[in-house]
Design a protein around this ligand. Structure first.
Ligand code: ATP
Length: 321
């Protein structure tokens, strides 16, 4: 029993056993179709992975040790800035993913994880889900690949609806409660996108609770998808809709102010991702640097990044050594 006491792991003593990248996502469109009998919402959404991502460095520990993790913030904010609440105990999705993996494959697996956080939290960018998917992948690598990618995807779906997406090629049409994933060819490789994360956060649960099912957009998701896939579709504001935007804007009115400001500056597409509060911008105003005229506050909250994708058979792009 004495051996179970969590010792502080000395990561300087040896290099990490695995280092994996967990890319963020945005929802280019998100339609809520209906509420199901099991309480989940049936959705149809076009997910896109981004180059912006978290990094997980993983050390394998003795199997009698207790798994531990630490957070390193690399989000561009100054060191004294207040951070959102992200647990580092067993409730973090990363440690839950390692535990689930060990249970599923029946192998003891104890780890120390250093999670470098760049994906804004409570942003609708799938940060926790991306980390969990990367953790499943890292666990599989550490154990010599006992599980298939299909296994990892299925186990991920047990932990959270959005996790399956991160086993796709980076652009995917998601249906069901988000766990049914169809990978699509890239819409536009490395397309520039500017993500803004206001200081206010929003919990996904609150947004769904205040969603007015009678006021949904009713746009046909197949038509939206076809529109996105046409040349120039990413610069066509009519292809972008997010049914979670009205309740989020009602909860945080400043989001609507920011959107108005950005549209007035000439951005083609200005849209909230997922359940918010991040706002992404595509199609910068012609003839000037993208962030020209932005206030210092907006600039500080902006993450310029690009669409990310990988080939179906290439895991190394996101989950490289
Ligand atoms: P989504 O796009 O999936 O709705 P989100 O942006 O709303 O995600 P996350 O950043 O994933 O939200 O985090 C939501 C909450 O989950 C956090 O407030 C935090 O308490 C908890 N959490 C657990 N594990 C993690 C993790 N690895 N990274 C970030 N948050 C985590």
């Amino acid at each position: 029993a004495a051996a179970a006491a969590a010792a502080v792991f000395d990561k300087a003593a040896r290099p990490a056993d695995a280092c994996v990248l967990a890319p963020a996502k945005v929802n280019l469109f998100l339609r809520i179709l209906r509420r199901r009998e099991d309480g989940y919402h049936e959705l149809a959404s076009l997910f896109q992975a981004l180059e912006l991502g978290d990094t997980l460095r993983v050390w394998r520990l003795d199997e009698r040790a207790t798994s531990t993790m630490e957070l390193v913030w690399d989000d561009g904010a100054d060191a004294a800035a207040e951070r959102p609440e992200v647990p580092t105990d067993g409730s973090n999705l990363v440690l839950r993913a390692f535990e689930l993996f060990a249970r599923q494959v029946g192998m003891p697996l104890r780890v120390h994880v250093e999670l470098t956080k760049r994906i804004p939290v409570q942003a609708g960018m799938g940060g926790g889900s991306a980390d969990a998917a990367a953790a499943l992948f890292a666990a599989n690598r550490l154990c010599g690949y006992p599980a298939s990618m299909a296994d990892l995807r299925a186990w991920g779906a047990e932990l959270g609806s959005d996790i399956s997406f991160f086993f796709s090629t980076g652009t995917a049409y998601c249906t069901g409660r988000g766990e049914q994933i169809e990978s699509l060819p890239p819409l536009e490789p490395r397309r520039e996108i500017y993500v803004l994360k206001p200081a206010e956060g929003l919990s996904t649960a609150l947004v769904y609770r205040t969603l007015d099912l009678g006021a949904l957009s009713r746009l046909d998701p197949d038509a939206l998808l076809a529109g996105m896939r046409r040349a120039g579709g990413l610069l066509e504001p009519a292809n972008f809709v997010n049914d979670l935007e009205p309740p989020a804007l009602a909860a945080v009115p400043r989001l609507a102010d920011i959107q108005r400001t950005l549209r007035a500056r000439g951005w083609r597409v200005v849209m909230m991702s997922g359940s918010g509060t991040s706002i992404f911008c595509i199609g910068s105003p012609a003839g000037e640097p993208p962030l020209a005229g932005w206030s210092d506050e907006l600039r500080a909250a902006c993450f310029p990044t690009r669409f990310a994708s990988r080939a179906e058979d290439d895991e190394t792009v996101w989950y490289g050594e």
